[in-house]
Design a protein around this ligand. Structure first.
Ligand code: NI
Length: 258
């Protein structure tokens, strides 16, 4: 059974067939899904999904491109949503210097505030980092404690950077990009990752793996990601699915008795 560690099923791309698709996921062996929010509005829609489906859990947080909507009042509201019984992580949070929608100091400020929130509530973090390698590492090191756990989702940096995150105890999220021919760096990273630190993710509707690259993605495509990881690791696909499922349970469900 597959654990989908990062999806966006509240995205409008799923409006035409969301219920049918989610039922199909369940029928095709997707055991759990963590639906990840990116804005205050998507915290609401993510929790609505988690309230409607017993196999979907929520991550509540504000993406670096959306942090302009945060202030003390909305941050207090976000904190309440993080206490919701279906919320299993704070995310996605981080730094994005590719889209660069908010200035870097604003992004860092709200990243730190959300890191502190995760520590206070003892929730794992889901980190988004794009073209912000050095600053993300610096901000996480600033906030890091042995108790703080999390995943660096859609990992796109070099093996040496992955090593730094592994040394702090973090998981590395691997998705459809690993199936792309030109993803040399990520393939090198996957080769060096211990299997017990990998999470499978889609980031759907984005980043569909080969042979569906460019199409709407869904958790139904996760076996392609698992197979690509298995090939790089010299493992069986079923073994990758089993170990990454255990990893995700440890990260998201620790202390929840699931
Ligand atoms: Ni995402």
């Amino acid at each position: 059974m597959i654990f989908e560690s990062h999806a966006h099923y509240d995205d409008e791309a799923f409006d035409p067939d969301r219920r049918e698709l989610l039922e199909e996921c369940r029928a095709q062996g997707i055991e759990y899904i963590v639906n990840v929010s990116a804005s205050l509005q998507s915290v609401k829609t993510t929790l609505a999904l988690a309230d409607s489906y017993d196999f979907i859990y929520a991550a509540a947080g504000v993406h670096p491109s959306e942090v302009g909507e945060l202030n003390e009042e909305s941050f207090t509201w976000l904190k309440e949503q993080c206490r919701h019984p279906r919320t299993v992580a704070v995310g996605e949070i981080g730094l994005d210097y590719y889209w660069d929608k908010e200035n870097h100091e604003t992004q860092k400020y709200w990243f730190q505030r959300q890191l502190e929130l995760a520590k206070e509530l003892e929730l794992p973090i889901i980190v988004h980092s794009r073209d912000a390698c050095a600053d993300t590492l610096e901000e996480i090191k600033k906030a890091h404690t042995p108790e703080l756990r999390g995943v660096i989702h859609c990992f796109s940096y070099a093996p040496e950077i992955a090593r730094e995150y592994l040394d702090m105890g973090y998981y590395i999220g691997v998705g459809g990009v690993v199936t792309f021919k030109n993803a040399k760096k990520l393939k090198e990273v996957v080769k060096m990752l211990p299997p017990e630190r990998i999470l499978l993710e889609t980031d759907c509707p984005y980043l569909a793996p080969v042979p569906y690259r460019g199409k709407r993605n869904s958790s139904l495509n996760l076996p392609y990601v698992a197979a690509a990881v298995a090939e790089l690791k010299g493992m069986e696909t079923e073994e990758v699915i089993r170990i990454t499922n255990e990893n995700a349970r440890k990260l998201y469900f620790q202390g929840r008795g699931l």
